[in-house]
Write a protein that binds this ligand. Sequence first.
Ligand code: NDP
Length: 452
Amino acid sequence: MSYIDSVLNQVAARNPNEPEFNQAVREVIESVAVVIDRHPEYRAARVLDRMVEPERLVQFRVPWIDDAGEVQVNRGFRIEMNSAIGPYKGGLRFHPSVNASILKFLAFEQVFKNSLTTLPLGGGKGGSDFDPKGKSDAEVMRFCQSFMTELQRHIGPYTDVPAGDIGVGGREIGFLFGQYKRLANEFTGTLTGKSPGWGGSLIRPEATGYGAVYFAQEMLNTRNDGLKGKTCLVSGSGNVAQFTVEKLNDLEAKAVTLSDSSGFVHDPAGIDAEKLAWVMELKNVRRGRIREYAEEFPGVSYHESDPGADHNPLWAIPAECAFPSATENEVSARDAANLLANGCFVVSEGANMPSVPDAVDQFVAAGILYGPGKAANAGGVAVSGLEMAQNIGMIQWKREVVDHRLADIMFEVHDACIKASERFDAVGNYVVGANIAGFFKVADAMMDQGVV
Ligand code: NDP
């Protein structure tokens, strides 16, 4: 049995019933097999075997009281995956589907993504199976306070710095920070995604979506092409999707879809700035459903989701570009075939691991410009890193400064992917490029630091 297979078997045996974690590990390990062949020193030091074990995995009870006075109990987690190149860094997800497998996959991806950003950030992820949907602000606050009461003993500005993810936006970060500050008795940048009035970086909310569009632009540059005039499919309607649409509009592309877990809207005329402002109010203030967009604007169709189906008709709409920005495994094998059949040749993933392995294989085999999440959505954590730098320096940079740095970092991430893919005979394959480029920095740091 090859060394790579033995590591994968070990991961499967030690982490049964964790399909997402096994999926994420397989993708990275298969990409770096060629590196291990050329560098037996990594194998001797069991670098891969160590990378697939979280440095620390914390699980805790989160009891809280709802508005009816009933006691509710959720599960909280923090996965501290790898701190070889910096403090653990990665978001918190509040969604009923959250479990150890999903958070371990996200934490594992985060290690390589953070390495690609050029910043000194280790990898982590956390969250809870709490569902903020349908809860009052007071309930969300009580939950966040209880969650942080335990989490605070595991985090700190130089230890572990969480941020937002699905279900954790500005409101939740505010409540979490308030309780952290109270318990720690210090005002430090232990969370990112804070409001700009009290330590947040400008452009942090925009960063993941903007970054995914900058990455698409970099990929298109390699073919002397650009986004102007291109029709784009965007899934999700949360933080990442909203700012993806905003940047696409800035660059004169046309976004024609948005979705949530209930269904998607198709607006052939394009989601312009005015419509997007309406969506932001709908989603971020009124916390409504995307279906309402079709009731508000003429010429828009709404398609209810069919959870049992093997495809999502959103991905069958003819378009040149796709920005999956909702959640993992949302692009099925059939969706990938539909995208390719209908003219899509750019896929830039705002979400983490949104394409199933078969879909990824189809994109790579077709030779389209396919930017995997760990590269294409690295802009969010990159600006979180810039928020940490601003907090440590007690300074706030201007919007243009942060946006410029974000664009620069996305250029660097893209360049690192290209160079690694060339060095390992996989020219233009961003999956291999991202995994290998991300791997080297972490692996070398682990070698330098001994067996820890
Ligand atoms: P939000 O909570 O702001 O929005 C998530 C969106 O995706 C909502 O429209 C939600 O719909 C939809 N969605 C969530 N789960 C599902 C599901 N199981 N099926 C269908 N639709 C779903 O989250 P973000 O925009 O922050 O995150 C979106 C993706 O981007 C995630 O994969 C996240 O990990 C990734 N990401 C986020 C970063 C960030 O900075 N925020 C950074 C890097 C990656 P509904 O309201 O119905 O749940």
